[in-house]
Design a protein around this ligand. Structure first.
Ligand SMILES: Cc1ncc(COP(=O)(O)O)c(C=O)c1O
Length: 438
């Protein structure tokens, strides 16, 4: 009798050792995203029927933030019309042209379609950027907290030049911090508006950073050394907060053109994280390398989505109208949270927020270290606070540690992409009750 293949697999006891022997050391030690680990605990609790106000997910639920109807309708039509084959590995010409036009119109970047590389969301382009510029041991400068950068630092075996964000500078890397690491860097990653903090660079903060990078690269050019490249991740640029205008490097220091890679996607701007269209806008002389990486990776965006994005972006009035609706929804939810937390603070409760400037996030500090919960448990670190809020208060938030910050100072990310204002209001009442009782 034949044994089934499953009977030849390692047992539960031997599985870890068998995996270690099969895998490379890099793959063995690769950590999974801590954000996902926190989110899965929440889902498990909800599956048991617990009432949890879930503010952990950097995504949108369609009941709160639907994908714009016109875009969705067009995508379905494209699929039904047989637009279902491969596309060129850097994207459909009509999409590259629509993105180039939007960048020229709204951001003043006038490189033309030869600068655009399309992929299945922002991530493949992020990967392509690191492949294009980083070698093992290279200096890789980035701020923490930030979204997943610490994992790329590990994956590309770089020498992380980690800039620790401070509340005083709204967790954004300052020019002084950047200047300190630039001499050893091969790449600098900036993200604005920033996930997880919901803060964004003002022109007067970003410009000196750009000037420092330019000065460093002018020195390197004279010495015949490789430049520092900048990845500017602006996937949230359309979701600026009230009174904020998106600041970006080439709008401030155009001489940086040969060194900046822009990263963008419809994932956040159209609440379309699962539809997978992203792009990089790169200096045209570097385009060929990006196209090859995306091609070999197979990281293309699906054709119906590309066709629909090209059609959609070519209609500035439609884009502007949908953007206003989405911004309104984000601002309503963030406004409710900010007002409530500021109210708690004026009551003397130990909470602090940084007013949001862009994206779908809010930085909140629960200053509960050393305090005891109503059941007598002492809270010694952010994870204790997170578990207390989740299990005893029914509020799910993500500690900044999940974004690479080691300082255990009570800061958390709140995301409003899945936030139903009625449930948020109820969740905040539970928080007020719990904080008063401590
Ligand atoms: C700052 C930032 N950059 C990039 C990404 C990745 O975007 P995508 O889902 O399009 O790959 C995310 C996703 O959360 C993000 O927050």
């Amino acid at each position: 009798m034949l044994h089934s293949p499953a009977s030849f697999l390692p047992t539960e006891d031997t599985a870890a050792e068998a995996a270690r022997r099969a895998l490379t050391p890099l793959a063995t030690d690769m950590e999974d995203s801590q954000i996902r680990a926190v989110a899965s605990q929440v889902w498990a609790l909800q599956a048991q029927g617990a009432e949890v106000c879930n503010l952990t997910i950097g995504d949108f639920v369609p009941s709160q933030f639907p994908v714009p109807a016109a875009f969705m309708g067009r995508m379905v039509l494209e699929a039904q019309a047989g637009q279902t084959n491969y596309t060129p590995s850097d994207g459909l010409p009509e999409l590259k042209a629509a993105i180039a036009d939007q960048y020229a119109r709204e951001l003043g970047i006038d490189y033309g379609p030869g600068s655009v590389v399309v992929g299945a969301g922002a991530r493949p382009l992020m990967w392509a950027t690191y492949m294009a510029f980083l070698e093992p041991g290279d200096g890789f400068a980035y701020g923490v907290p930030s979204w997943n950068t610490q994992y790329y630092d590990y994956l590309f075996q770089c020498r992380g030049l980690v800039i620790t964000g401070q509340p005083a500078s709204r967790f954004l890397p300052t020019v002084e911090q950047v200047e300190r690491v630039l001499p050893q860097a091969r790449m600098l990653v900036l993200n604005s508006p920033l996930n997880p903090t919901g803060t964004a660079y003002r022109p007067e903060e970003l410009e000196p950073v750009c000037r420092a990078l330019l000065a460093e690269n002018q020195r390197r050019e004279r010495d015949g050394r490789k430049p520092v490249m900048m990845l500017y991740d602006q996937v949230y640029w359309t979701l600026t907060g009230p009174g904020f205008q998106h600041a970006h490097p080439l709008g401030l220091v155009p001489e940086l053109a040969p060194y900046v890679i822009y990263l963008d996607a419809i994932s956040k701007s159209l609440a379309a994280t699962g539809l997978r269209v992203g792009w990089a806008v790169v200096p045209p002389h570097l385009h060929k390398a990006f196209k090859s990486v995306i091609g070999h990776m197979g990281g293309f965006a699906p054709r119906p989505e590309q066709r629909a994005t090209a059609w959609y972006l070519s209609q500035p009035d439609l884009v502007a109208a949908d953007r206003e609706v989405m911004r309104g929804g984000v601002r309503e939810r963030l406004g409710l949270l900010v007002e409530t937390f500021e109210g708690f603070r004026s009551e003397g409760l130990p909470v602090e927020v940084i007013r949001p400037e862009g994206g779908i996030y809010l930085s909140v500090r629960f200053d509960l270290h050393g305090r005891r919960t109503p059941t007598g448990q002492r809270l010694d670190n952010n994870d204790d606070i997170r578990r207390f809020l989740l299990h005893e208060v029914g509020l799910a938030v993500v500690p900044f540690q999940a974004f690479g910050l080691t300082d255990d100072t009570g800061w958390f990310r709140i995301s409003v992409g899945a936030a139903d204002p009625i449930k948020v209001a109820a969740g905040l009442e539970r928080v007020r009750g719990a904080l008063r009782a401590m």
